[in-house]
Design a binder for this molecule. Structure first.
Ligand code: NAP
Ligand code: MG
Length: 517
């Protein structure tokens, strides 16, 4: 039909090339899920060139879901060459921006058609609670593609008055141009959403990309690759390589033909990547790194809301949330009431199979992460913080961790300083009325990703939000991210925004053209 013809034309193919996919098929969550498991290079699914693969694990019971290709340095080089060819000579580079937008809308529609399947795959590979996966992991990914699809034909430069070279006249105008081949390296906490946040902006700007998902959560990225091909995104524009950070990630950072690297992950790895990007070819980088976001709760808050959102700030997505509140500062006069209400609510949380629609809290993403969290809690206890609730592994198969609450946490303690990235609430008191004191403590961290404040006093809220050193400040809410609002950190939480117009600029360069007439 017409759409298919259009798609074939955009892909530069006269005859429809059959996309051959060797799926792993599973009956799960009352549906059949079809999962590609090979590297996606130049529009084709294929084994890693050395034939290696590895097991991806379901954290709900520790079982193997399937084997996944383990990409090599040779695969990276082939993928980058394909992305370069697609950018330099393929239909993508010549396409009208509005047509590029149409393809991205088509991709978002296909993701929506497959949202239950994507959410199911996300749930079994990452332990995300299915209902949340549907709404957030997959739902926000779809919204992200729609949002950036709309930007494609609105990427504009400026006309700039410069000094004239009399008697002639001059005009300078700027153009926003794509950078070329981009690399994207992402973590495991929101596997598809992290892919979407970076890829959608990257593609809307007109670039081509090679993406490495986290080793422990490769499956939704590969399903996305399939949908991108079905949407008619030309071959070579999107390449997905499951594999290790040390090999695939390192080669991407070093590669001379890559012009930009977008990274979300830990601060230490972010520093390594930036160093490699600088030494290889000075590629542009954006880094979304760790956080230890403070949440300040004043006694004049709406207590019901503060309890509900305070819990969400920590336990959302089992605490595997980059903007999770790493530290709660609660004003002394409401401290005990706040804690007892939080504990009461935790007892009502249903821990269990993430595919069960009534589950609130699923397994941690993978075994090593759960073990690190248990150690984190042991350290908290050893240092003398009060363990009010949890701190242990749940007695059932899989990698479940109890929602945990620590109080009496002092500023020098490990758990006051280091990110857990798990369901661990770390609470400290502050003296009644000591706004500047609590601000000083909240800012006494090298991180600066997010922050929050609960108070009914608008002046206090404005004062505090002005002084918090963080890329995001939530006032009387938390976790309220939106595709249209820029997201990213200050200080050692990195630089360069995801989402919003700012994200687009991360994937563009500005050319100034000066004309004399
Ligand atoms: P990580 O160890 O930094 O890994 C992130 C990604 O980098 C993975 O794909 C990893 O590959 C890869 N990688 C590892 N070493 C590399 C190297 N030498 N060169 C290139 N890539 C390399 O982080 P994580 O433990 O998976 O994720 C948790 C961290 O991410 C937390 O600190 C969290 O705060 C942060 N995070 C931040 C945001 C944000 O928006 N700011 C969002 C989510 C998460 P492997 O698969 O082999 O590990
Ligand atoms: Mg997994």
């Amino acid at each position: 039909d017409f759409i298919q013809m259009f798609v074939r034309k955009l892909r530069g193919e006269d005859e429809e090339e059959e996309l051959l996919i060797d799926y792993v098929t599973k009956e799960v969550n009352n549906m059949t899920v079809k999962m590609p498991y090979q590297c996606f290079i130049n529009g084709k699914f294929e084994d890693a060139d050395n034939g290696k693969n590895y097991d991806t694990i379901n954290p709900t019971d520790g079982s193997v879901i399937c084997k996944v290709s383990y990409a090599s340095v040779g695969d990276v080089d082939r993928a980058v060459a394909a992305a370069k060819e697609a950018f330099d000579n393929g239909p993508w580079g010549k396409m009208n921006p509005r047509d590029r937008g149409s393809l991205l809308y088509k991709l978002a529609d296909l993701m929506e058609e497959h949202q239950e399947e994507l959410a199911t795959i996300e749930s079994i590979d990452s332990g995300a609670v299915y209902t949340l996966a549907l709404k957030t992991h997959v739902g926000m990914s779809i919204q992200t593609f729609r949002y950036f699809a709309g930007w494609c034909d609105k990427i504009q430069g400026k006309t700039i008055p410069i000094n004239q070279a009399r008697p002639n006249r001059n005009l300078t105008f700027t153009k926003k141009e794509p950078l070329g081949v981009c690399a994207i390296i992402i973590p495991w906490n929101y596997p598809l959403m992290m892919l979407a946040w970076k890829s959608a902006a990257c593609l809307a700007a007109g670039n081509t990309l090679v993406l490495k998902p986290a080793q422990v959560t490769p499956l939704t990225a590969l399903k996305f690759a399939e949908l991108s091909a079905k949407a008619g995104i030309p071959k070579g524009v999107i390449n997905i390589l499951p594999g290790s950070g040390g090999m695939v990630g390192q080669r991407l950072s070093d590669h001379p033909d890559i012009r930009k690297l977008g990274f979300t992950g830990s601060t230490p790895i972010g520093k390594e990547i930036m160093k490699s990007c600088a030494l290889s070819n000075l590629k542009k980088v954006s880094l979304e790194l760790g956080g230890k976001s403070p949440l300040i709760i004043f006694s004049d808050c709406d207590m019901d809301k503060a309890v509900r959102m305070g819990m969400g700030s920590v336990f959302f997505n089992k605490g595997e949330n980059c903007i999770a509140a790493g530290r709660l500062f609660v004003e002394e006069s409401i401290h005990d009431e706040f804690i007892s209400r939080v504990v009461e609510e935790i007892k009502k949380m249903k821990i269990g199979d993430p595919l069960d629609r009534s589950t609130d809290h699923g397994p941690q993403n993978h075994k090593a992460h759960m073990e690190k969290l248990l150690e984190y809690c042991e350290t908290g206890v050893k240092e003398g913080a009060t363990l009010v609730y949890g701190g242990k592994q749940v007695d059932r198969p899989g990698f479940f961790m109890e929602p945990t609450v620590f109080t009496e946490v002092e500023d020098h303690m490990f758990i006051a300083k280091e990110e857990s990235f798990g369901p661990v609430m770390v609470v400290s008191k502050f003296k009644d009325g000591d706004v500047d004191g609590v601000l000083q403590r909240a800012n006494d961290t090298e991180y600066g990703l997010a922050s929050g404040v609960f108070t009914r006093d608008i002046n206090k809220a404005m004062y505090v939000s002005e002084r918090l050193e963080a890329g995001t400040v939530f006032v009387n809410t938390y976790n309220k991210t939106d595709v249209a609002s820029p997201f990213g950190g200050f200080k050692q939480s990195g630089f360069g925004k995801d989402l919003g117009e700012d994200a687009l600029l991360e994937y563009l360069k500005t050319k100034a053209v000066t004309v004399e007439y």
